[in-house]
Ligand binder design. Structure first.
Ligand SMILES: Cc1cc2nc3c(=O)[nH]c(=O)nc-3n(C[C@H](O)[C@H](O)[C@H](O)COP(=O)(O)O)c2cc1C
Length: 216
């Protein structure tokens, strides 16, 4: 691989994706599958998806000939399965639970989402072929998906809601401290001398500064 190709691949790697395993049945009835992150949605009506397969993949002929495929969007817990199906030619299905799906492609019982497709188009795409499938069955489950970014598996970090809650809490403290300052002023006014009042103000000011510091 040339330096330019490496840079190109690395640049593409900054596009975070999920991880799928695409499966089909070979002409001899053997199950076939590959790990693929090139999966994407194409159309809602009709429901179409696509993914691309390296031309030098051992599974290429089976995917081109079968006329159907299933795509399993993997759950975060399925990293080992992803690794297994990323090894070219190995006995990928040994010891793996699978059934024949609606169109005949092998389907796994576990997934974050599963799409069973009839192959509608096969396009030429340089050193890959692009397979477009019409979805005839699908199912999704509320589990964390496996992610892939910059050539590595990645973990999904939920957006910063807790931080938002924390900021809100700090603002509450700040507002309380300010009202306390005002209340204290009314209580001590007239009862304390100028010096004591100034000291009380200074202390309350300090509390406010501390609360501000905690919120930044
Ligand atoms: C996270 C990940 C994503 C991959 N995505 C693709 C892909 O989209 N298309 C592809 O052809 N290969 C992809 N691969 C590589 C194939 O999974 C690998 O070449 C596979 O073993 C080919 O198997 P085969 O030669 O037995 O058909 C990916 C590998 C990994 C680990």
């Amino acid at each position: 691989m040339s330096e330019l190709q490496r840079e190109f691949r690395d640049a593409l790697g900054s596009f975070a994706t999920g991880v799928t395993i695409a499966t089909t049945l070979a002409a001899d009835g053997e199950p076939v599958g590959v790990t693929a992150s090139s999966f994407n949605s194409v159309s809602l009506d009709p429901p179409l998806v696509l993914w691309s397969l390296a031309k030098n993949s051992l599974s290429r002929e089976a995917f081109s000939a079968s006329g159907h495929f299933a795509v399993h969007v993997l759950a975060a817990s399925q990293r080992a399965l992803s690794d297994r199906f990323a090894r070219s030619g190995a006995n990928k299905f040994d010891g793996v639970d699978w059934l024949r799906g609606a169109l005949g492609a092998p389907v796994f019982p576990e997934f974050a989402a599963r799409f069973e497709c009839r192959t509608r188009h096969e396009y030429e795409g340089g050193d890959h072929i692009i397979l477009v499938g019409e979805v005839v069955e699908f199912e999704a489950r509320p589990v964390a998906p496996l992610l892939f970014l910059a050539g590595r598996y990645a973990r999904h970090q939920p957006d910063s809601e807790p931080a938002g809650d924390e900021a809100e809490e700090t603002m509450d403290i700040l507002n309380e401290a300010l009202s306390l300052e005002r209340a204290l002023e009314t209580v001590v006014e007239g009862k304390l001398g100028e010096a004591e009042l100034a000291e009380a103000r200074r202390l309350m000011q300090r509390i406010v500064e501390l609360a501000r510091g905690a919120s930044s």
